[in-house]
Design a protein around this ligand. Structure first.
Ligand code: PGA
Length: 250
């Protein structure tokens, strides 16, 4: 059976008390459901609490960012080693909000991917085109550049890709499942060229951008889509549980 993964990107939301209430609510809703690997990516401030709270569950912990240096005078930054120390298994890298708002370049992302992989974290590497790029038929060129430059010189054993068209993030707009499949297939082909086909076939490729319980099925049905990276709809445990259950028994 195809490997499926749903990752929650809480972005800059939830205090520790709110995270505690969320996990208490979510746990029973997912009981007995093991078809999907679930990753919760809270803000840094909730990691310590969640690493403890998730210890005896199947839920995995991820961070939303890191800095590539292992330690030193980098005020405000967090290293891969620190995330491992918090019990993280995954880390989101190259999210479009960081590319756009924090000015992260493909080269920065390359350093971050290298440092995550070197420390044993699994990167959830985000790629995707903006609306002008899409309208200019540049989608493939953009994701190819992001993949080539992001992965340049790296030999990551474990990797997750999140294909997130920037215009679909937080807007209620989606790529059609067929368009998303087309780009995810292209991404898999690029990964095959980067390393080899059997490695590329095993890399989970998630779709992201306004995923909800109502559209999740149509994405995971696609042969090259292994799940979703979910922002807004992951904030409510009831709705998120329906996404994780692929809205099959909601
Ligand atoms: P969204 O965000 O589900 O709110 O569109 C997805 C993301 O930014 O990862």
């Amino acid at each position: 059976m195809k490997r499926l993964m749903i990752a929650a990107n809480w972005k800059m939301n939830k205090t520790v008390a709110e995270a505690a209430a969320y996990i208490k609510d979510l746990g029973p809703r997912l009981a007995g459901w093991d078809r999907v690997e679930v990753v919760i990516c809270p803000p840094f401030t909730c990691l310590a609490y969640l690493s403890d709270a998730l210890k005896h569950t199947e839920l995995q912990l991820g961070a939303q960012n890191l800095f590539w240096e292992p330690k030193g005078a980098f005020t405000g930054e967090i290293s891969a080693e620190m995330l491992l120390d918090m019990g993280c298994r995954y880390v989101i890298i190259g999210h479009s909000e960081r590319r756009q708002m924090m000015g992260e370049s493909d080269q920065d992302i390359n350093r971050k991917l290298g440092s995550a992989g070197g420390a044993g974290l699994i990167p959830i590497f985000c790629v995707g085109e903006t609306l002008p790029e899409r309208e200019d038929s540049q989608t493939r060129n953009v994701v190819q550049r992001q993949l080539e430059q992001g992965l340049a010189g790296l030999d990551l054993q474990e990797l997750v890709i999140a294909y997130e068209p920037v215009w679909a993030i937080g807007t209620g707009l989606n790529a059609s499942p067929a368009d998303a499949q087309d780009t995810c297939k292209y991404i898999r082909d690029c990964l095959g060229r980067h390393r080899d086909e059997s490695w590329a076939a095993a890399v989970p490729i998630l779709y992201g951008g306004s995923v909800t319980a109502l559209n999740i099925q149509s994405f995971v049905e696609q042969p090259d889509i292994n799940g979703a990276l979910v922002g807004g709809a992951s904030l409510d445990p009831e709705h998120f549980a329906r996404i994780v259950r692929l809205n099959m028994d909601a």
